[in-house]
Each structure stands twice: as structure tokens, then as C-alpha cells.
Write a protein that binds this ligand. Sequence first.
Ligand code: CA
Length: 731
Amino acid sequence: MKLPQWSATRSAMWIAAACAALSLAGCTRYAEDPSGGIDAAQLAAAAADPANWLTYGRDYAEQRFSPLDQIDAGNVDGLGLAWFADLDTARGQEGTPLVIDGKIYITTAWSKVKAYDAASGAPLWQYDPKVPGETGPKACCDVVNRGLAAWGDKLYLGTLDGRLVALDRATGKQAWSVVTVDQAQSYTITGAPRVIDGKVIIGNSGAEFGVRGYVTAYDAESGKQLWRFYTVPGAPEEAADEPAYLKKARATWNGEFWKLGGGGTVWDAMAYDPELDLLYIGVGNGSPWNQAYRSPGGGDNLYLSSIVAIRPETGEYVWHYQETPGETWDFTATQHIILAELEIGGTMRKVLMQAPKNGFFYVLDRATGELISAKNYVPQNWTSGIDMTTGRPIVRPEARFDLTGQPFVGSPGAGGGHSWHPMAFNPAEGLVYIPAIEAAFPYFPEAGWKPDPNRGMNTGIDLSAGSMPADAAVRAGAAAATKGALIAWDPVTQTERWRVPYPGPWNGGVLATGGGLVFQGNGMGNLVAYTARDGKELWRFAAQTGIIAPPITYSVAGEQYVAVLAGWGGVWPLSPGGILSEQAGPMPNVSRLLVFKLGGSAKLPPAPPLNRRPLDPPPFRGTAAQVASGGYDFGRYCSQCHNDAAMGSTVLPDLRRSAALESESGWRAIVHDGALKDNGMVGFAPSLSRARVEAVRQYVIKRANEDKALENARPAQARAGTGKPARRTLS
Ligand code: CA
């Protein structure tokens, strides 16, 4: 069916019609006040409102499918840049914009918010929550933000330092702000809030550092806390008063887990079924990762790595499905949740779909939590399959490094078979588009691990032990084995329909449209349009930077637009980013909002040069003991931002090239004393003594000299990274 051109008026009519069809209580309210604020009926009918993009996943089902069809396979080659806006942060941009009545609202790195006229790009207002720079190292995976929620005349933002902020949508002025976490702990917020019937639901992050996960509901008007749902039990003294679902969970834990936080943060996925009145949350990994330390003697550790259904009015537990019992691999179940109606075995089923980190694509009955099917969508070696009788993975004994005490190279690894990057679902094709990752991770259980309450990764895994060595062949092999793909997955048959392979694992979220198109940005710096049916590339735009955020689409005055945030960053470029540079050359961060339309003729300015200092370290004069100590500490305290084995980043300073290597005192002023803390580089006292900080310097000097020798040994034409940014294409 060819859908008509959309206009705001037509959208309002469709909303009213959809409301009537769904018999929703809020419809009358909307019909009486079509120009007013966002209400329950409008959000429930968001799928039938293609001019706007009202909530994070476009609708409560989070399908990220827009019926807009003005841009289609026949004319997408005429898609051009309508306008763009330069951003004032040069870190990973992961946000999904909202579009409401011709205005577009974005969040950027460091939790900033900006509003523009969605057709012309004229800036309207901006809001900076002024997150302290020293919050940065509390974030495992860059200082990113994924988006806003809308309700009434307000927008809602979670800030990196743990605030939930309400903004006046017309002016960007702060209406209220509440602190939703204990800011003394390593909590952060990167995910988008959702609003259900006047309640703002917000989760948080921090399970790499030792926190306890939960989601909280606040009154959208006043900011008053309404309920809090913990995903893991707390201290024993809380047991007497805790609800039944937490008592049930407590029986699945051992040891003094509450002293380590337990984990289970709800840092990204949520979805809502208005008819069943169920809120679905995806629960994260254990804290620490290594279950031998977290819950000695094992146990399922509910509700880690689970989908949990909650009554949004009260925060009451309804059902759960645990994808990875006894989680020990950083296998979060926080990945994108999509709700859909699928015909399975001749019956229409209300399903919930997820492709979590553990590599399996799950289809659940979303009324009951019953497992309908599960199949791996990327290669995996941690199970011999899923037992469909119990719904549990059949875990291979060697995968349990926590029990064997032996290293295990797992696929997927801690990066997952799929991370936060949103998928999309095209109902006409019956396909889910997965931005997939194929990468192994070396799990080296750390003997004698002790938690550090101040700084650093608290995983119980030695993050330096599996680091990329200074061996060209080994490095090339690891880079070749680390890749990505856009996979079109049939959730009914649990089979792959088609795929677009990528040389790197870190690519963008996905948008599907009624024009038969799938849009995705990638780690080589392109935004690409593919055919929904067979993945044929039809169009691409060179964005001068890696794109990880998902595109959206909307219309203004009958004209369809496609928008995406560009800006390289997130966990892969910061942490195992050396592999990415070996694959595709160094990728700069050029952070922008890019907006396209048919016939758009705007041009980007020339790509800025990638300014990198030469790789010219001082000679190594340290000791083997310093390299061992410094290597361990680098893995635990530095590698989350400055890369595995100090292999360098194009987003944050490449320490191999740092002038601070030159002197012990200069290095100490920064790394120990915190001279640059306002920039996000905190001091690591008291976690690291002066001697240990100096050992880190010696380790980095040694690594820099190794890599300089490697670079000198390479043919000149193969030396990427000392000049212009590499211009790798897909082919
Ligand atoms: Ca994690």
C-alpha cells in the first residue's frame, strides 16, 4: 500500500483514528486539545504519527519503523544534506532525536540538549546540565547520552552524573531536577527516560564499578519519586521488608554480594505494552563480572541478565525471563527490546524480541514471559544451545572461567554480539535488522582480586592479561577476527535473511521505513541506505566521522527528512580501539547533527585534519617489575578511556604520543594529583600510589616504543595514522 504524504493535520487525524480503534482512555483528552502537550493517547498512538518521533524507539513497541514512504528505493539516490549543526562536544554521539511539531530535540555527549527548527535547522535553544568533568571516569563506555522523553509541555533528560532533569520544551529552561543515584558511588546515566501515563521511568549504569541496579518512577509534573524497583537484593537487614520478588532473588545469591553492589543496572532498553499495561526492562550484568567473587558457590543471581515485566503504575513485579543465569561474562540483557505481533505456528503471538550480548536472539511471549524460541545470531562458544524445556542455556564447562580458574576466550565476549545500538523491525518484511558484532574476549580470572571502592574497573578479570601484544601478526589476526555486520533476521524462523558485512564491530543503530529502506551509519564514516528486502546498497553519504547513533525520520509540511547524529566514540573506540585503527585507519570525531531530504544540497566544510602528535616516546629506562605493575594498573584504571594495551584512541588522548610521558613529575601531577580533572582526567590517588603511577608511565613508554618499532618496520604506504584520516569505504 502506498501511504499518503504526511502532514501535521493528517497525523493528528491518524492519531485520533488510532486512539478510537484502540479504545484508549486518554483519547478524548487528546481530541479536546490537539495542539497541547504530549499525553497518554498520543504516546500510545505514536506508531501512527509519522510526522513526529515522540519517544526513544518511535513508539512504545520500540520498533523504529516509520511508515513514511516519500523517500524510497526509486529516489533515495536523490537524498542530499538539507542542513547540519556542529556540536560543541567531541565525544561519542549515541542519541536518538525527538521530533515534535516541526522541532527537533537532541542530546549530545556530556548530557547536553539542543533544539532546532526541524525543517530549516535554525537553532532554538540549548541546555547544558554542567556535568562535572570528573564524572567522566565513572562511565565505562564514554560520556554519552542516548536521548530524551517527552510528556505534556516538558522534556526529560538523565544526566551523566545521575540527575533526572525536566525541561520546558518551548524554552529549554529547567523545570525541576532530582538526583536519582548515590553520587558518591560510580553511578552514571546514559540511557533515555520513558514516560508512561505521567510517570518518568529512569534507570542507570555502573555495573563495571560496583553498584546495585534499579529503575525509578517520578511524577512528570513535580519530580516526586513514586516507586523504585531494585533488580538485585540489597543488604541482609533489608530482607525483612523486601517484596516477594526480591526474597525470591535473594535465595539465588551467595556470599556478601551486597558489599560489591551486585550489578543489574538498567542502562538502556525499555518497552511498554499499553494493552497489557506492562513495562519491560532489560537488566544488566553482574558486579563484579567474575561470579566467583560476586556470589561464591554460584546461583542464578536473579535478576541479572533478565527481561523483567513490571506494572508501571506501582512498580510491581509481574514476570521475568533470565537469559544468562549465573552471569559471569558481562552478558547484559539491556539491549534493545522490540514488541511485535508475529504469526508463529499458525497463531498470532504478542512477542518481545531481543538480541542481547550473549549472542542469542530471543522471542518471548510478552504476556507471560514464556520462551518461544532462541537461536544464536552470531557465532557463540559458551553454550551447546538453549534447553527449550527449562529455557536455560546449556553452558560449556570451560566457559565458566570463574569456576575453572582458567582463561576462556569467549565468543561473543564482553562487547557482546550486539550492544546498545538500536535494531529496527519492518512489519511488512517481517525482519529485524541487527547491528551485530563478532568479537572474542579473553576472560582471565584474576587471582586474589580485591574491590577498589574509589576508582577503576571492578570486574574480577585481569583486563591487562589478554591485551593486544606488540606482535604484528597476532595483532593483525585479532583485528581480522573482530568484525561487524548488519544482519536481517527472520524472528519467526530464527534464520538470517541477508547481511552486510563490515570490517569493524562498531557501527550504527538502524532505522526502517515504509519506503522499503533500511538506514544505518557505520564505523567507516558513512550513512548508508539499503533495500529492506535484500540489503542492496542504494545510497551513501560520507560523514567525515564514524556514525554510531541510529537515524530517525520525520516530516514537516509534507516533506520527509532523515536525521542522524554523527560522532565517533563509545566503548570500542575508547577501549579496544587499537583494533579499529588497524582495521580501517584512525577515525576522527567530528560531532554533528546531519539532516537529509530529497534534493538537499547543503555541503559539509572540508574534513578537519586528524591532529595527532608523532609517535616519538622517550627511551624506555624502567624495570620489568614496573612494566608488570603498570600493565595491570593500566588495564584496570586507564584502558576504559585510553585503550587496551595503550594502543591509542582518536577520541581521547593517545598516551603513547603524550608529552606528559617526558617527565615523572608532570605525569604525576596529572595521573596522581588530578591536574586535569575538570577535563575528565581525574587523579587516581588514593587508588594508585606515586610508585604505581610512575610504573604506569614506564609501561606506556615501553608500549609506545614497541609500537614505534612496529610502525618503522612497516612499508610506508601501509602506515595509516600519521597524516590525513583514512578514507576507507565499504567495498
Ligand atoms: Ca557491562
